[in-house]
Design a protein around this ligand. Structure first.
Ligand code: IPM
Ligand code: MG
Length: 354
């Protein structure tokens, strides 16, 4: 197959981790007889420096016209003082909205090889950590009106029934493919938007009688994720709650550097990115963990290109790399072999087999 991939290297460690993911994709192309064409897209701080805009319309256009988008990370202290509407992150939010990718899928799964990297007690980890956070990505407080006037700052949190319903359906469908348990997370004891959220989820539940729906308040959920993560299978939640809970969920699996994500909307053109940020403190030092980006590329093959065998091959290659005892600095422990970003990508690419 021939696929056109828009590639956003971005800022900080973005370029280094994306380089390794492309190396892995090239290896898959070679072994499985595909052609992946890459189109570079400027977004984030580097786009502000080059074009005075974190995502110029022409760059968004390249993404919308591609078969899918692979993204490293954007942002950094250098752009802290630019106006809010011009921040690097604004480019990312405009990209998500412009692509219409309302459904963000963030797995929290512990690799058996990394059980000792989890900050949770062994007995909790042993019960298993394997759940998915389905995060609504293009609505809520991120996209409401933001303003500061006379010393008063306002951010509007708004959800329509239709927006809740379409992400709710993804939650139910994801649960149907797993162990059929869906936990809807909100703050319905305080927020109107959450009361509407809960109402819509329960209305939808009637259409999915094979899925067991439960409700949880977001503060309790944050606590339950560290108390007993084995209770969760699929969590569905709104944009900001999903942002916060997915960082928490990633850490209990050992490192935020290992977690990929997919974002999809009405078409198969998806956005694939690790959930971590641009880590400017370690940028350019060959220390970053590229696995989150490599696994994001695997998700692209699985969800957008329907290349299941190829995606499995990448995931196996990562598992073999961990089995062989290689660790980047973020997950390094005694007796393991420390590798840099480039070496990590090289080993995983070499591990790929048909
Ligand atoms: C994420 C990030 C982004 C978000 C930032 C960079 C805008 O934290 O993808 O989780 O808040 O969505
Ligand atoms: Mg986040």
């Amino acid at each position: 197959m021939i696929k056109n991939i828009a590639v956003i290297r971005g800022d900080g460690i973005g370029p280094e981790i994306v380089e390794q993911a492309l190396r892995v994709l090239d290896r898959v192309a070679e072994l499985y007889g595909h052609t992946f064409n890459y189109t570079d897209v400027d977004m984030g701080g580097c786009a502000i420096d080059k074009h005075g805009d974190p995502l110029p319309p022409s760059e968004l256009q390249k993404c919308v016209e591609s078969d899918s988008v692979l993204l490293g990370a954007v942002g950094g202290n250098k752009w802290n003082d630019v106006p809010a509407t011009m921040r690097p992150e604004k480019g990312l939010l405009r990209l998500r909205a412009g692509m219409g990718v309302y459904s963000n899928n963030r797995p929290a799964k512990i690799w058996p090889q990394l059980a000792d990297a989890s900050p949770l007690k062994g007995e909790i980890v042993e019960r298993g950590i394997d759940f998915i956070i389905v995060r609504e990505l293009i609505g809520g407080i991120y996209f409401g009106e933001h303003k500061t006037e006379n010393g008063v700052a306002t951010d509007v949190l708004r959800y329509s029934e239709a927006e809740i319903e379409r992400i709710g359906r993804i939650g139910f469908e994801t649960a149907q493919k797993r162990s059929r348990r869906l936990c809807s997370v909100e703050k319905s004891n305080v927020l109107d938007s959450s009361r509407l959220w809960k109402k819509v989820m329960h209305r939808l539940a009637e259409e999915y009688p094979d899925v067991e729906l439960s409700d949880m308040l977001v503060d309790n959920c944050a606590m339950q994720i560290v108390k007993d993560p084995s209770q969760f299978d699929v969590i569905v939640t709104e944009n900001m709650f999903g942002d916060i809970l997915s960082d928490e969920a990633s850490m209990i699996t050992g490192s935020i550097g290992m977690i990929p994500s997919s974002s999809l909307g009405a078409t198969t053109c998806g956005l694939y990115e690790p959930i971590h940020g641009s880590a400017p403190d370690i940028a350019g030092q060959d220390k970053a963990n590229p696995v989150g980006t490599i696994l994001s590329a695997a998700m692209m093959l699985r969800f957008s290109f329907d290349m299941k065998d190829e995606a499995d091959a990448i995931e196996r290659a990562v598992s073999d790399y961990l089995d062989a005892g290689y660790r980047t600095a973020d997950i390094m422990s005694e007796g393991k072999t420390l590798v840099g970003c480039t070496e990590c990508g090289r080993i995983i690419a070499e591990n790929i087999k048909v």
